[in-house]
Design a protein around this ligand. Structure first.
Ligand code: FCB
Length: 453
């Protein structure tokens, strides 16, 4: 199928996404406090190759060049996150004016170049001072987070129309507070359930605060979503898939939609009620203007009697010998279509934005060129699936590629390159990959002339 930008209509939001900790560097510049990722990455053997994000893409200093590059690629929406500890170095208390100044410069430059900023308030880099007090496991986080959100809306809400409260709560609570493989490296059920419940309250509370301070802003929040299927067509695998799906895909969206946590499928989740205070059930719900869907793959799941809680195990793509990316994520474009259809069946979902989709492949830079044809195919195939869903009536209103440029991929360090733009981390040189050129051409419209990339 030959697709063009026009098929999506003029109102569709096309963009790219990044996150502060993955690109900014400047980890202690201009009064910034340390975040849990700054601290976690200093520990041995937590990050592949012992990499860290201290400098990363040096976006903190090089943002003018990177935003100009974005404009050259005809990208008119930019989703980025604010590093909480640039604004409040200790998480709460006095504001760091220099941190505010940085985001003001960034926002103003975007607007000058006709790029709409979409700001994520929390993309995993909790101020370390707050982690020392328990971080997401401490219910006080609701106050800390509320103050931080209010401050950002007061300072930037006059120019920024789109706000995203949290990035993928399942991932930062699951990997960070249950498995211990992401910052802050905590483990166990009680850490996970308390962190998860507080995050679920914060996602709704954040929405309420933004709307009460600036009713004209559009507010949303994002969720990771991997389409889950049973490995074999057996009763046991079907049950395992159902449980995994409830945990991965339903645990945070459903309470927000007023449906509560999926207790029926995953019984251990009931223990989350130990962290309830009066009024929490109602507090979990909020009607967002849009929901951010972040999809990369599908998961096949089989029954595994010794796995705690869900008795299920994911069978990796490489084991199944199917096409996969450097993250060992299967390349399976229909997953995004399944996800969109499913979300559109929920009540109260007004608009869906694909806030992340993309792939890491082994890019090679030769004579100033990166011929990443696999990434181009991946993007085309996924965008096509989004169009199919849109034509079927799903209210999908935007698509953001993960990501503008190669960056610090959390526990995987700098190995997996997801960017449309190649970054040489030794010299900080940027080279537009063939996928970047392709996206730039795809986005070109006659009434928005731009030079060829
Ligand atoms: C998502 C994260 C994003 C990036 C991509 C590859 O889960 O939100 O920061 O790491 O995965």
């Amino acid at each position: 199928m030959q697709i063009s930008r026009k098929d999506f209509g003029p109102e569709f939001h096309w963009g790219v996404s990044t996150a502060a900790h993955q690109i900014e560097g400047g980890y202690s510049a201009d009064g910034k406090g340390l975040s849990i990722w700054d601290v976690f990455s200093q520990k041995k053997k937590k990050i592949l190759g012992n990499h860290h994000g201290n400098i990363s893409c040096d976006f903190y200093n090089r943002y003018p060049e990177d935003i100009a590059l974005m404009a050259r690629l005809n990208i008119s929406n930019y989703r980025f996150s604010i590093a909480w500890s640039r604004i409040f170095p200790s998480g709460s208390g006095p504001v760091n004016q220099k941190g505010i100044d940085f985001y003001n410069r960034l926002i103003n430059l975007c607007l000058e170049l006709d790029i709409q900023p979409w700001i994520t308030l929390y993309h995993w880099d909790l101020p370390d001072t707050l982690e020392k007090k328990g971080g997401w496991t401490n219910r006080e986080i609701i106050h800390w987070f509320s103050d931080y959100v209010a401050c950002c809306i007061e300072r930037f809400g006059d120019r920024v129309k789109h706000w995203i409260v949290l990035n993928e709560p399942m991932v930062f609570t699951g990997a960070g507070y249950f498995l211990g493989i992401h910052a802050p490296g905590k483990k166990g059920l009680s850490n996970f359930l308390s962190a998860a419940h507080h995050a679920a309250i914060c996602q709704a509370e954040g929405g309420r605060i933004i709307k009460s301070l600036r009713g004209s802003c559009k507010v949303g929040t994002t969720f990771s979503y991997s389409h889950v299927e049973p490995f074999r067509n057996t009763e046991k695998d079907l049950i395992a898939a159902k449980k995994t799906d409830a945990l991965l895909n339903r645990m945070f969206i459903e309470p927000l939609l007023g449906m509560g946590y999926p207790f029926r499928e995953v019984r251990m989740l009931r223990k989350i009620e130990n962290y309830y205070k009066q009024g929490d059930s109602a507090r979990l719900a909020f009607e967002m203007d849009f929901l951010g869907l972040q999809n990369y793959t599908r998961e096949l799941v089989r029954h595994a009697p010794f796995m705690p809680f869900v008795k299920a195990r994911i069978i990796k793509a490489s084991k199944r010998q199917v096409e996969h990316t450097l993250m060992d994520w299967e390349v399976y474009p229909p997953a995004i279509h399944h996800a969109l259809l499913r979300w559109s069946k929920y009540k109260n979902v007004k608009e869906i934005i694909i806030t992340e989709n993309g792939a890491a492949f082994a890019d090679i830079c030769k004579a100033g060129t990166v011929s990443d044809y696999k990434r181009i195919q991946y993007l085309k195939d996924h965008i096509e699936q989004v169009l199919i869903a849109k034509r079927e009536g799903v209210p999908v209103k935007g698509y953001f590629v993960w990501t503008l440029m190669d960056n610090f991929e959390w526990a995987e360090g700098f190995h997996p390159r997801f960017g449309l733009v190649y970054v040489n981390f030794e010299t900080q040189e940027r080279i537009i990959k063939d996928s970047g050129k392709w996206y730039g051409n795809f986005l070109r419209v006659s009434d928005h002339p731009a030079e060829p990339a």
